[in-house]
Design a protein. Sequence first.
Lengths: 1267, 289
Amino acid sequence: MFEGFAWPLAFAGLAAAPLLLWLHRRARPTGQVPFTAFFLLPSSVREGLAGRRWRAPFLLALRLLAVALLVWQAAGPLARPPGTLVITAGPVTPEPGWAAPVTYVRAGRPASVADAPDTLAVVAGTPDWSGALLLGRRLSPEAAVVFRPRAPTARILGGGASVRGAEVEVALQAEGVNALRLVDAAGVEHPLVLRDGFARLTARLPAGGAVVLAPDADPFALCVPDARPLPVADAGWPPAAAFDEALDALESAGLAARVPVERAVWWPATGALPAESQWARWAPFAPDRTHVHFPGAIADDAQGAEPLLPADDSPTPGAMVRRFTPLAPAASPTWYAGDAVAADRGAGADGRFVRFGFLPAESDLPETAAWPVHLRTLVEADRAARSGCRVHRAGEPLTVTASGAFTLRPPGGSTRAITPTGDTATLDALDEPGLYRLEQGDRKATLAVQAGSMESAGPPDASAWAVPAAPPTPDVSVTWVLAAAVALLGALLAGGRRRSALAWGGVALALGAAADPRVGLGDPGGVVVAVDTSGSMPRAETREALAALAAALGPDTSVTYVSGDDAVRGVGPSPDLTPGGGTRAAPILQAAQGLADASGAVIHVTDGRAPDLPVAGPRPVFPLLVAAALEHGDTAVLSATATRQGDQVYVRTRLVSDRSTDADVEIDRFSTELRLEPGLRRTVSARIRAVNVDTVPVRVQAHDDALPQNDRRLVPIDGEAGARLAVVTDPATAAGPRAWGEAAGFAVDAFEPAALGTHEPRLWGAQALAVHDVPVDALPAGAVDALDAFVRRGGLLLLTGRTRAFGPGGWAGQPLERLSPLTSDPRPPGAGRLGLLLALDRSGSMASEAGGIGPEAVGRLARGLAAGLRAEDDRIGVLAFGTQAQVMLAPTPAGEVAAGALPVPAAHRGGTYLVPALLEATRVLQATEADARVLVVVTDGKFADGGEPMPLEALRGAGIRLLAVLVGEDVEPAPLEALAEATGGRLVIGQVGQVLRLAAAGVGSLGDGGLFAGPGAPTPGPAWGARVGGDAPRIDGRVRVRERPTARVLARVDGEALLAEWQVGAGRVVALATDAWALPAAGWAALLAPARAVPDGEARLLLDGDDVVLVTAPDAPPPTSGTLSAPGGAERPLSFRCEGPGRHRATLPPALAADAPPVTVSVAVGGAVVSRRVMPPLPAEWRPSPPDLAGLGAQAAVAGGRRLLGPDDVDPVLDALARDAGRPLAPWLLLGALLLALLDAAAWAGLGARFPGLARPSPLQAAEGSG
Amino acid sequence: MPAGFPDAETLAACERFALWLRQGGGLPVRGRPLSGGLSAGLDFEGHAEYRPGHDLRHLDWALYARLRTLNVRTFEDEGAGTLAVLLDASASMALGGKFELARRMAAALVFAGLRACHGVLLGVARDGALDALPLTGGAASFDHAMAWLARVVPGGRTHLAASFTAAPRFAARGDAVILSDLFDPHGPEGALDALQRAGWQADLVRITTADEWWAPAPGVGLRDPESSAAATAPTDTGALTASLTAWREHTRAQALRRGSVVVEVDANAGLPQALTRFFSTVLAVRSHV
């Protein structure tokens, strides 16, 4: 379709046509003899009387043709048929219905034009439909637009690799695919079998980039970590046993290997860190080393006594750091100590680094399970980084640190040479899936570009776009210009004008126009103003800035506005300031670069909050920060958590500000004022009473806040449901632990001890289990094994009580005691050696047929009593008495006597004589080397010599305490009761089970000072603040216990352990030696908090920036699609994408309004549903961060501009407008050729001679001029 | 100044014929020439608008102060006459070297006039108009005149009567020499009459080629060099030749009737021959008279 002309004024040249006609009419006839006396000819022969005729009609036709062609081409015909504009995200097959010409635009980032439809590379991630439409509209303004989004039926949705032992495990998720094959870094193919859309491969794979291929699916790139053990320096580490133990554990697990320092990848270093500007960037050619920094000496201004907090979503380690040096500035924090960064990690051009602000010995972190986990995480991260491969999201620019030029080779493209500006370079056009190879000399790196979001926005409404067409660049057809030149040449020859400089000049100009129709007159380019219209932009200030900018640029400068937020929203001669959503600089800057053509410049009006700066481009970009972004600071709620504990909600929020300011903080009804400093995060905690609510409002207010949208968040309250505590105790004693659990926010179920022998799901399904005042004889068979399994798989076991727990409960030496960090025997090793002699009644009345307990029960009782002894110190002997006293086992070290081998009388017969037995026992015990001597008499009390005097003085003289254990149905306490009382012993009467427990307790108490202690004031241990916090109230009484060497004691009373814990498997056991402690609810909540942490191996949802990550066991079944539920009931699917074994990621949509309520993320894994309520992430431009001046500076540096100081500072922009293009010169050359052709025709016609004024000045004028 | 004019031969001829004229009694210009120096007994005649070539000594500064226009005082000089050299520069003169000869003769006449201290008026006539250059004595005036002449390109139609009628009246009167082929459809009589009315006594130098007086062969394509008109030569060449002859005689008769001399010069003749013929004829006629 004929569109028009670029310069219609050129048609004025058609006036040459009648001029030519006139010239040919007036021209001298040629080929005729001049005849001076023409007027004397007879009038009959003079032609003039019969009318004139056209001279040289062929020549006239040639000249007219040349004029027509020259004028036509000079007018710039815009004969662009509308055709079809195909905007696609990948290769397309042309369709018959597409009107020619077809323009193919690839909706990549940036958009690009393709010549052949089958050469279009796949666009991974979200296509930039807006940018592609903008580009296409400019090329073909009238074309019919056809969008071709890709919806492949077969695709690889996600995947990743992680190290498993010496091998690498790869997990992949795909749909519509039957077979996959992985091509590793060495080019070896590995087939993968899909099952339910997932595939796994465990093999020895070379480290580096790998690509997964499937028929009809786009390739999927991933990074394979280095499975070889990480070489860790074998010396130079700070002295800490826990550190060495952790490294030993890593070495034994095959994750690390101790090597000499010079060969180590992980090595202790105190060298300088890389420049701060490099921390956030990838250094692909950095040396393969990790510098691990520990402070050489703690500075004088070191801070201390702060709880350690993880920077990510992992559980709080419950550790304190006693002294540390805050790391400021910090790279990527890993641990916080209070509000300061205590550990971080990063990378620079010299390699990676890990920094600790404290020595291991200055913290109890190494004593926790978090320490080896942390070291393992660091080592694993470096094993992955060591592969020289990085996963990158398609479509996003990547800024790298490199010291010199390097090359980038895309998957299917040609190698690009990259020259860094300074030490950074921005890689763009990373929108094709696959492996990108980077090379700098001998060093190589790989970029595995994976598809971005699975949910891409659809193409825009093309009809709503009024995109300005590109400046008219008429098709100055070489063919037609050459035809005009040939016509001129023909006219020149036919007119006998071989010596005419005019004619040859005309031909030369025409040929010049044909030689390079694009040569321009050097018009300056236009200015394209890219206006950020995201939600964070201050509207009034933006309008003011744009008005001032337009005034400064002046009316002579061509200005086009591109408006948008995370996509281009408007293009035109005036800005469209419709408020938008999130910020991404790339769409509007890339569109502006396209509009700027080859000679324009771009002004980026922004508030500096775009996260994707810099954006590469050919034309200079001049960032202009709106004034409000600099003048007004921003105070924001960075994060917040709320945990319900009964009717109490514990809220912890982190606040941040980009300037020094006083701020008011409101957490529900609690409010306070505090000082915020830039770059420091302040943590504010509060406990509020909240019932029947599931969110807590948190708000921070500061004067003149630039961005109030991020000042208020609604925090979901965790622990509202789900966390349960099972209390196992006698119903009479259940009230205490029930109150503790409910105060901590747990749902409490009480069970009798017998339930431990069942498969009660509510018991074993609880997150925490409290065994309270349960004597060991009340435990059913297999209960301890079940408890052990419960803890090892991640449960929290609380062992507590006083009168029937620990020693009084008969736990000493029992399997249950092995789970406890507190032993039931309060005696410290090497002190209070006990000599125990069991005097067992073997009379007939003890026989079971006579109503006694029988030899078997006696044996069990004896073994139970012996189990409470310390193997290395105590002695035990057995004496059987009836008619006679007989030593069955002389006092022997307890450790040498197996419990099952303890001799007991097998048969009971005859009468019972007590006095000989006591005398014999006195003799035996006197000869025993012990600090305390205890005689345990197990009998039914029916003695033949009960009326005779007892050898009390002999017993006293030998320092023997008598513990009388009366068993049976008809016992007679006297005379043993008097003896026990007189020797400081005890009398125990009851059934076998009770007796056993009571007797055991009696043994312990008789050994050293008693098992029970009175009221006291607990003394918090070093970890109290991190683990429990707050004050430790007094106790009313306790049972005396002793801590195990590897247990962490949280509180002591009178130097003896009261509260301690330790790690067992994936779980934790907390032991509390009292039942009378008024610990505040917050304390109970903190103490039981580890129960809320999901144990390793179980599916859980973590927050990672704007993403939620589902972590499962590596071999767990893959999740089904997730759901995102809003409070109002609205649901939307949430796609989880596999990113490696046991890891699946989904991106949360940002909240576009302040006070956005929490949403619930749910995903089904293996038949169970994992849910978590989360705050929707803030849009990027609402992030509490100051304007990214460094990013804006990098943008200016990368694109060749500079940051403008204000709207008036436009001189650099105007200076940058190139003059190398502009209006084409060809039309002027053509018009010049036309003029010369006309002059030649006039000369041919003799007009110069007839009108000398045309060719030469008149003689008179010349004379006057000279005079 | 374009190369080629005035050439060395022309300049030499100027000197030679100026000397020859002085030895022979001078130019046949009314009011006998003086032998150098300024003429005496000047009578104030009036004012004329200053034009390049006027003697600056005659500028009336008092009048300039009053009117702010430059005027020169003019004097009636009975002793010195003015020579007008009028050149036909129509297109027909471009043929056969006629214009070149006419221009070289004009140069010689101007030189002689200036050397004899006459006022000289140099004029170019075509298309019914006259471009005139008044000159006074001095070498600079001659050089100026030669440069002016060198730029003249023949073209246009011949209409001498209109040219001289349209010419401005000159203050000085004297003799005029018309250098032309006299192929003027309007005849020379109108031109001579106009000059006489302006106070000029004109002589005619007809510069033609011999071919011009013969009728072309029948059937030959003919064109009018002064217009785009074309024709085919008539078959009756005798009649055309007769017409040419009649025209030649007619012009001569009209000139003689008005007291003018017609000197016939062949364009192919050399400059000395042409000048010799002109001066000998004119001086003979003047002496006879």
